[in-house]
Structure formats: structure tokens, C-alpha cells
Design a protein around this ligand. Structure first.
Ligand code: ATP
Ligand code: MG
Length: 646
């Protein structure tokens, strides 16, 4: 990419924090002053929100960049911080998890219950031969045992590697091999779209290729038939339910490996991101407290992510539980048994804080305003978004139709690599703009720079970089320090910046706008155009629910913009009208060469649009790696449509 991204989309709508929220906010503007005065002292103060069995000697050791050590010499136990200390502080009776199964079965789990379960599971894992430093793969549906398994690993110092339950045999086997895992924790199956969906057969096939696996621990969820290998396979209800509920948590070094998690695979082969203990929990816990303004006595928090993604790690398990939150955990899909399921759950549990993804929001908008309107959503007080840039019109729809025009929206930018939220509004402080993640959190340092690494300044576009280390930063790519340096630290090696891989701009007020992957930026007649801005212009048309654009090789312009759109239910519009609409919104340079109406877009299993596959179609190439694709038949449908000239 040459020079900088164009800065095209204008946004004048402003939303100040609700007065009452601002007056009672967990975090106020003074946090920015504290962090600016002494960033490391600021993070040391946040680390003191946790219980340490031994205080650190040094907040940050950055003597060997990019290999950071945070809270050097400190010792703590993560599970103790998420469970034991709450029970000791007298809140054992508080509900930790309101679990809702897809078929409608429910479980209510208090902090005391969760503590007991995790202690039993920790003892059971120890009996199975797992010791500190071993790797354990977790391949589970969204049932409470998934969180119990993660916490039990953390409790005994085993490093977990959660693999999303929708992944195939090859994806699971590859991840088990990469981490040399010793045990897999799984279930017979889980409920998806109204039917039991088996997991154990995939584990059996994977483990056949993975000699490091000694034991397979299986939760019975669906009751479906499973093959059984005696000596290797053990039922959770046999070994965990019969284990002692007494377990004393031992403290681990602040830099002890907590988990490996593979990135979503939106742009490339997934990387095994390594996170450690003290810095990770400090930032996951603090950001959950700050960004969601969590009041643990009153709030009911719901993050709709799957535990297989980093969002599930930091904002279902470690952040909320370390803060003593009461949360909802849901097993299934948003349209089972009906398209109002999410709103029914919000109404039932009186959810106050909802954290979901743009892909879900755009789907709800496509399904129609009348569906959420049938439910009482008045308990909601704060909404969050994560995973992709949220188009301004999707943001407005979320605010109006889910947030009743009263809830602030926090658009949170972060990555598997960053471990926790980096850029986001603070709900009691920030005046937000629809579609903007606004600015770095207190204690976080981010910049938008040009090719040479110089800040672009207000009104400019370029690359998002993180220019100071942060507590929950990845420590390396598992087993591959060279790839770690090459992927994240080589682009701006001279400056020592972390390169996130995302394009961004600063508007005239200095607010940050994420503009999509740098790999996806389109170069049209010498102009660098972001996918996000063209997509947002398309979504701003009343007929369009969702859009994906890519740059395809073009003999005259270098690249030309090719768009794929999903229309809102019942809407009709012709291609010329949409092309004109984009030209009028962003300028004639952004007018797509073609726009194709499609029924679905290719997405990763975490719901992110995979533009590289659309680019393959637009340039009539054979398709690249599709292993992380949610539904590969989508690609056949789209390419058939393109060939038919539709
Ligand atoms: P891979 O790195 O394997 O291609 P991935 O980047 O999709 O996969 P994740 O770590 O799950 O894997 O996603 C992080 C990315 O998601 C960010 O780099 C960014 O592109 C996007 N993202 C997340 N939150 C936001 C947000 N609020 N606004 C804009 N983009 C976001
Ligand atoms: Mg990434």
C-alpha cells in the first residue's frame, strides 16, 4: 500500500453519555490523566484490583522487545481470582451464570457452585495426569462445563487451547498437534439449530492422528451414542462428579502460560497466540469493569460470543468472573426456535448489558424491526459491539431498535493478539459517533501512521499501530518466535511499533475509525480506498442490509471495486441506483464497477466477512484456504451467480 488511505466518510451525529450513567460511572475522565501521568503506575494500580499471593518486583520488563514481561516476580492464581475470593468475600450466593440451553433447558449456577465444580474438575484433571505447563485442548459446545474446564486448567497451571466446537477434524487435529496437547475435553455433542450436533466423532478422528493425546474427557450433553475407547475416554460425570470438592489453588508466576488461542483465520492461516497470567487478567478484568461500567450487584451481563473466540475467553470467562458479574450464557443460535430468541432471553433475564457482533446486528436488521419490537428490552442500559467495523447505519439500528435510543454503544476494537479491549469509548465519558471506536482506553497507546511510520494527524488515514506495550499483549506465537516478530513487529521495526494489520483513519476531531484489513485495501486509479467505507455507504442505502466489497484487477484503473450486497427482507433496488448512491456518498472514484445481490456472504465461523474469497471470485481464480469458512456452499452459490452474470 502506498502512502495513506483516503478519508472519505463524514459523520456528524453525536451521542453524549446519558447523564445518570456519567454521574455514576465506574471510570471517569480522570483515568486518562492518571495513565498519562504514569502509565506503568496506572497499570500497577489496576493489577491491585486482583489478589496476588506475591507482589511483583517490576511492572514491565521491556529490555528484550518484542518479548514483554509484566508484573515480573508476581504470583497469583487466576481461578482463585475468579472464584475463591468472591466466595470468601461473602458473595458465593450470587448467580455467576444463568445458562440457557438451546432447547430451553436452564441452569442457574452461583459463584459457590462454580467454585465447587472447578475444584472437582481440577482434582479430576490432576488424577488424569495433567500437571502445570501441560496443554489441554477444549472442544466444547456453549455449556457451563466449557467455562469450568478453562478455569480448572487455569487453577492447576495447565495451558488451555480452546478450539471452536464448529471446527472440522483437520482444524482440531492441527491445533492439537501444534500445541502437543495431552488431554482433550469435549462433549458428546451440543444443540445447534434445533438438533443435537455431535462433537465426539470429530474428536475420535482427530485424536487418531494425534499421539500426544492420552485422555479424552467427555461431558454428556445430548445423550447421543458415542464410540468409546476404554483406557483413553472418560466420562466427566464419572471422574469430575466423584472428585473431591476441596482444592487449594497454588499461585503461578505472572508470566505462566494461561492459554493458546488460534486467530479466526479471516486473512490467513490461524496463528497460535500465547497469553500469560498476570498482565492478561489485569487488563481483561479492568477493561470489563471500565468499558461495560459493570455494577456487579445489579447488572445482568450477556456476551453472545462463543467461548472458542477470544471474546469468549476475555469477556465471558476471565473478565466478568474476575469482577463477580452475573451473566447469561446461551448455547444456541439466534434463530432457534424463532428469530426473536435473543430478545426473549434479554426479556427473561432482564439483561442490562449486551455485547454482540456487527454480523449479528446486521442480520437482525435484515430480519426486520418488528421482531425485537415484540419484546420488553427496557432492562438494557449499555450495548457493545466487537469483531468487525460496525457500519454507521448498523450502529444506528442497534441504538434505536435494541437500545431504545437511550443506551450508549461501545464499539470495542481489539484482537486475539491484544487479549483485551484496546480502543473503545468509555460509556460515562465519551461522546460517541456512529461507526467510530473513538480512541484508545486509558493506559493504552495507539496511533495511525503512514508508510514511513509517521503519525498521519487528524483527517488522515493509514495503519493502526500500538506504540507502547500493554499488559494483555500476546507474548509470542506458540512455538514460533520468528513468525511472531515477522508478523507483528517487522513492518515498523525502526519505530518498535506493533502492527495490527488494520487500516484506520483519524477524523477531524481525532476520533479513530477502523477501515478494515490492510490486506483488503483497494487501490483505484492511485487512490487507496477502504473496504469499510464503501460497505458503509452501501449499508446506508435503505434497501441494503449487508455489503462486502473487494478490489479486482482492472485494466484501466489498476483495481476496480466489486460489491456483493444482501438486501433487507422484501427490499428491491437496481444495480445502477446503488452504484450512483455510492458515488454520491463517497465520490465518483468509489463507484463500484459491479454490484451483485447475494443471499449470503462468505464468513468465518466467528461471523467475519472473508473478502479474500470474494476477491478470488471477482478475479476468477481458484479459491484459497476455506477451512475456517462457516458454510462453504455459500461460495458455490456466489460464483454460480457471477458466472451467470446475475
Ligand atoms: P486472522 O488474524 O487469522 O486473519 P482475525 O483477525 O479475524 O483472524 P481476530 O483476532 O478474532 O482474528 O479478530 C481481530 C480483528 O477483528 C481485528 O484485527 C479487526 O480487523 C477486527 N475487529 C475486531 N473488533 C473490531 C472493531 N470494533 N472494529 C473494527 N474491526 C474490528
Ligand atoms: Mg487478525
Amino acid at each position: 500500500m502506498s502512502e495513506t488511505l483516503e478519508n472519505l466518510l463524514q459523520e456528524d451525529r453525536l451521542f453524549p453519555p446519558p447523564a445518570e450513567l456519567a454521574a455514576n460511572a465506574n471510570v471517569t475522565a480522570s483515568a486518562f490523566d492518571d495513565a498519562a501521568a504514569d502509565r506503568l503506575a496506572f497499570w500497577a494500580d489496576k493489577a491491585h484490583r486482583l489478589d496476588w499471593s506475591k507482589e511483583w518486583d517490576q511492572v514491565l520488563d521491556w529490555s528484550n522487545p518484542p518479548f514483554a514481561k509484566w508484573f515480573v516476580g508476581g504470583r497469583l492464581n487466576i481461578a482463585y481470582n475468579c472464584l475463591d475470593r468472591h466466595v470468601l468475600n461473602g458473595i458465593g450466593d450470587r448467580v455467576a451464570i444463568h445458562w440457557e440451553g438451546e432447547p430451553g433447558d436452564t441452569r442457574t449456577i452461583t459463584y459457590a457452585d462454580l467454585h465447587t465444580e472447578v475444584c472437582r474438575a481440577a482434582n479430576a484433571l490432576t488424577d488424569l495426569g495433567v500437571t502445570a505447563g501441560d496443554r489441554v485442548a477444549i472442544y466444547m459446545p456453549m455449556i457451563p462445563e466449557a467455562a469450568v474446564a478453562m478455569l480448572a486448567c487455569a487453577r492447576i497451571g495447565a495451558t488451555h487451547s480452546v478450539v471452536f466446537g464448529g471446527f472440522s477434524k483437520d482444524a482440531l487435529a492441527g491445533r492439537i498437534r501444534d500445541a502437543s496437547a495431552k488431554v482433550v475435553i469435549t462433549a458428546d455433542g451440543g444443540y445447534r439449530r434445533g438438533a443435537p450436533s455431535a462433537l465426539k466423532p470429530t474428536v475420535d478422528e482427530s485424536v487418531a492422528e494425534c499421539p500426544t493425546i492420552e485422555k479424552v474427557l467427555v461431558v454428556r450433553r445430548t445423550g447421543q451414542d458415542v464410540d468409546w475407547q476404554d483406557g483413553r475416554d472418560v466420562w466427566w460425570h464419572d471422574v469430575v462428579d466423584n472428585a473431591s470438592s476441596e482444592h487449594e489453588a497454588q499461585a503461578f508466576d505472572a508470566e505462566h502460560p494461561l492459554f493458546i488461542l488460534y486467530t479466526s483465520g479471516t486473512t490467513a492461516k490461524p496463528k497460535g497466540i500465547l497469553h500469560t497470567t498476570g498482565g492478561y487478567l489485569t487488563q481483561a478484568s479492568y477493561t470489563h469493569h471500565a468499558v461495560f461500567d459493570l455494577k456487579p450487584e445489579n447488572d445482568v451481563y450477556w456476551c453472545t460470543a462463543d467461548i472458542g473466540w477470544v471474546t469468549g475467553h476475555s469477556y465471558i470467562v476471565y473478565g466478568p468472573l474476575s469482577n463477580g458479574a452475573t451473566q447469561v450464557m446461551y448455547e444456541g443460535t439466534p434463530d432457534t426456535p424463532h428469530r426473536g430468541r435473543f430478545w426473549e432471553i434479554v426479556e427473561k433475564y432482564k439483561v442490562t448489558i449486551l455485547y454482540t457482533a456487527p454480523t449479528a446486528i446486521r442480520t437482525f436488521a435484515k430480519w426486520g424491526d418488528d421482531i425485537p419490537a415484540q419484546f420488553d428490552l427496557s432492562s438494557l442500559r449499555l450495548l457493545g459491539s466487537v469483531g468487525e467495523p460496525i457500519n454507521p447505519e448498523a450502529w444506528m439500528w442497534y441504538r434505536e431498535h435494541i437500545g431504545g435510543d437511550r443506551c450508549p454503544i461501545v464499539d470495542t476494537w481489539w484482537q486475539t493478539e491484544t487479549g483485551a479491549i484496546m480502543v473503545s469509548p468509555l460509556p460515562g465519558v465519551t461522546v460517541t459517533k456512529p461507526g467510530s471506536a473513538m480512541g484508545p482506553l486509558p493506559g493504552i497507546s495507539a496511533e495511525v501512521v503512514d508508510d514511513a511510520g509517521n503519525p498521519v494527524g487528524n483527517g488522515g488515514g493509514g495503519y493502526l499501530v500500538l506504540n507502547e506495550p500493554w499488559p494483555s499483549m500476546l507474548r509470542t506465537i506458540w512455538g514460533d518466535d520468528d513468525r511472531f516478530i515477522e508478523t507483528y513487529w517487522s513492518r515498523f521495526a525502526a519505530q518498535g511499533y506493533y502492527f495490527a494489520g488494520d487500516g484506520a483513519k483519524k477524523d477531524d476531531d481525532g476520533a479513530l475509525w477502523l477501515l478494515g484489513r490492510v490486506d483488503d485495501v483497494m487501490l483505484v486509479s492511485g487512490h487507496n480506498i477502504s473496504t469499510t467505507e464503501v460497505e458503509s455507504a452501501l449499508v446506508a442505502h435503505a434497501a441494503v442490509a449487508e455489503a462486502a466489497v473487494v478490489g479486482a484487477t482492472d485494466p484501466t484503473t489498476g483495481q476496480a471495486i466489486v460489491a456483493f450486497v444482501i438486501l433487507r427482507g422484501g427490499a428491491e433496488v437496481d444495480e445502477a441506483t446503488l452504484r450512483e448512491h455510492v458515488a454520491k456518498t463517497l465520490g465518483p472514484i468509489c463507484k463500484p464497477r459491479s454490484i451483485q445481490v447475494v443471499a449470503e456472504l462468505p464468513k468465518t465461523r466467528s461471523g467475519k466477512i472473508m473478502r479474500r474469497l470474494l476477491r478470488d471470485i471477482a478475479e476468477k481464480r481458484t479459491m484459497g484456504d476455506v477451512t475456517t469458512l462457516q458454510d462453504s456452499s455459500v461460495m458455490d452459490l456466489i460464483s454460480a451467480g457471477v458466472q451467470a452474470g446475475k
